[in-house]
Write a protein that binds this ligand. Structure first.
Ligand SMILES: Cc1cc2nc3c(=O)[nH]c(=O)nc-3n(C[C@H](O)[C@H](O)[C@H](O)COP(=O)(O)OP(=O)(O)OC[C@H]3O[C@@H](n4cnc5c(N)ncnc54)[C@H](O)[C@@H]3O)c2cc1C
Length: 460
């Protein structure tokens, strides 16, 4: 066995799916190609910072290429905000260096501890999807080492079909070695946020429909245990980057491009050192939390909020996933189309509230137009994300929600999934055949696979 390879039990962020994997950590780009050509493992999958929740970055009894040491910035153009970096660079590292210089991420998930490679492979979305689409919209080019060992430069215009199979392709088209992205110019680290307390789902969705166009970012925390007339009551948070000219003097200013901005620390403040006892997050505790959270928020316009609090509230606590106990949890995220989405959300939330499954963190967003990624998740409409502790009966219950999602024309997000069945997956992703034929061309010897790919028969 190569000395840089070790056998490790890995999991996704939900700690529910685990796998014993042969992990290879390359220090140089040339070592990635050497590992793939070595014949040591029969299959490989790349892994980033392991923030996908299920088994996307696991390869049970197979090889995992973990290129997090390939994390150098390669170039930056301060007239356009274009950065080229290796794929193991994390979004936190980009923020740490570039935010004080007046540049922010064009699309940001709810954690900054994801790599550029993982962000492209899941074609992630942020609170600005209704305006800006997914992360890959801002990727100008990427370098892909294919399973056959070929190095390809892909852009939306050149090798375009490989580009759009790789964006959202969950690591199955090869290892992304580097990418060129466009950052967004900002002149403060703060966001002006309008809070709106919605009495129920209809109220929240009406408000989103009429107001989202005015905001860069929009997201709602939703009380997934509320029922009856209060079903889906929410706190809607809609925000725009705060212009420096409108900030009170105590707030930090960042003269764009000057490098004079104050340092930005992206390290967690606290660490959860041990697992909570299983069952700590149950219907009772979550109900109490939800009641307090809903009560302490009120409709309040133009609140000045730091970027950490607005974009990454959970990042303040390292290992917060231990809150769910050693059995872990599943994040269940669905997208529903505009036409049937309201009804679909109502049906799913109603079933959830009656099930006794308490979702501690539930988030609702609107999606803009779907992008060209063949396996990309977003579709024009709505998305709901639920964090549910693992307990007996959870899997059949989630299969029931899968059915409701399908009945309403929706789909489950692969970066979060841990339980979907192959037939439901195939019905949810209509461009699967196109993805398979491109993947087959890139990987004639079937060298790439993952626990997710086998569970869902993505490559069959
Ligand atoms: C708290 C939290 C909040 C989140 N919020 C959001 C959100 O708002 N929106 C959203 O879209 N997602 C969200 N996510 C999910 C997360 O953004 C994605 O799962 C992302 O892919 C994780 O990146 P990673 O670097 O950890 O990759 P991993 O989880 O390690 O891998 C994810 C996928 O990327 C592939 N991959 C990784 N590196 C490479 C590479 N170099 N080349 C090719 N393929 C590669 C892997 O094979 C795997 O299929 C959230 C996750 C957490 C924990």
């Amino acid at each position: 066995m190569n000395p840089a390879t070790s056998t490790q039990k890995l999991s996704g962020w939900g700690r529910f799916r685990t796998g014993s994997c042969h992990v290879f950590r390359p220090e140089k780009r040339s070592e990635v190609a050497a590992a793939l050509a070595s014949g040591e493992q029969s299959t490989y999958i790349p892994r980033g910072l392991g923030r996908s929740y299920g088994d996307a970055s696991l390869n049970e009894n197979g090889g995992v290429i973990w290129p997090i040491r390939l994390n150098r910035f390669l170039s930056f153009d301060d007239s356009t905000g274009e950065i080229e970096c290796e794929s193991g660079v994390s979004l936190a590292e980009i923020l740490e260096f570039f935010l004080p210089r007046g540049w922010f991420l064009p699309v940001s998930p709810g954690t900054k501890f994801v790599t550029v490679g993982g962000a492209i492979a899941a074609d992630i979305h942020g609170k600005n999807h209704h305006r800006d689409g997914t992360f890959s919209n801002f990727v100008q080019s990427l370098e892909l080492l294919t399973p056959a060992g070929e190095l390809l430069r892909c852009t939306p215009a050149n090798n375009s079909e490989i580009f759009w199979a790789t964006a959202g392709g969950m690591g199955l088209t090869g290892v992304i070695l580097s990418a060129r992205l466009r950052l967004r110019q900002v002149d403060s680290t703060n966001v002006f946020v309008d809070y709106y307390k919605a009495v129920n789902l209809e109220d929240a969705l009406d408000k989103m429909e009429t107001s989202d166009a005015r905001y860069d970012y929009s997201v709602a925390w939703i009380d997934a245990l509320s029922t009856g007339k209060a079903l889906g009551r929410c706190i809607l948070m809609s925000g725009n980057h705060a212009p420096a000219s409108e900030l009170p003097s105590r707030a930090r200013k960042l003269p764009p491009g000057t490098g004079n901005g104050a340092a930005v620390s992206t390290r967690p403040k606290w660490n959860l050192l041990a697992d909570f006892p299983s069952g700590t997050l149950n219907q009772l505790t979550v109900k109490a939390f939800n009641a307090v959270y809903y009560a302490i928020h009120s409709t309040a316009p133009r609140q000045l909020v730091s970027f950490e609090k607005f974009f990454y509230p959970l990042d303040a606590i390292d290992n917060w996933n231990r809150m769910y106990g050693k059995d872990g949890f599943v994040q269940y995220q669905i997208a529903l189309p505009q036409a049937s989405g309201r009804e679909g959300l109502r049906v799913v939330l109603d079933r959830l509230a009656r099930s006794g499954c308490a979702s501690f963190l539930a988030v609702l967003k609107r999606f803009g137009e779907a992008g060209p990624g063949l396996l990309s998740f977003p579709l024009h409409g709505y998305t709901l994300a639920l964090d549910i502790p693992v307990r007996r009966g959870l899997i059949p219950f989630l299969h029931e929600l899968d059915r409701m999602t399908l009945d309403h024309g929706g789909r489950v997000y692969l970066a979060k999934d841990a339980v979907l069945r192959p037939e439901d997956f195939a019905a949810m992703y209509p461009k699967l055949d196109s993805f398979r034929s491109i993947q087959r061309r890139l990987d004639p010897k079937r060298l790439f696979s993952s626990s997710l790919a086998r569970r869902l028969k993505i490559l069959d």
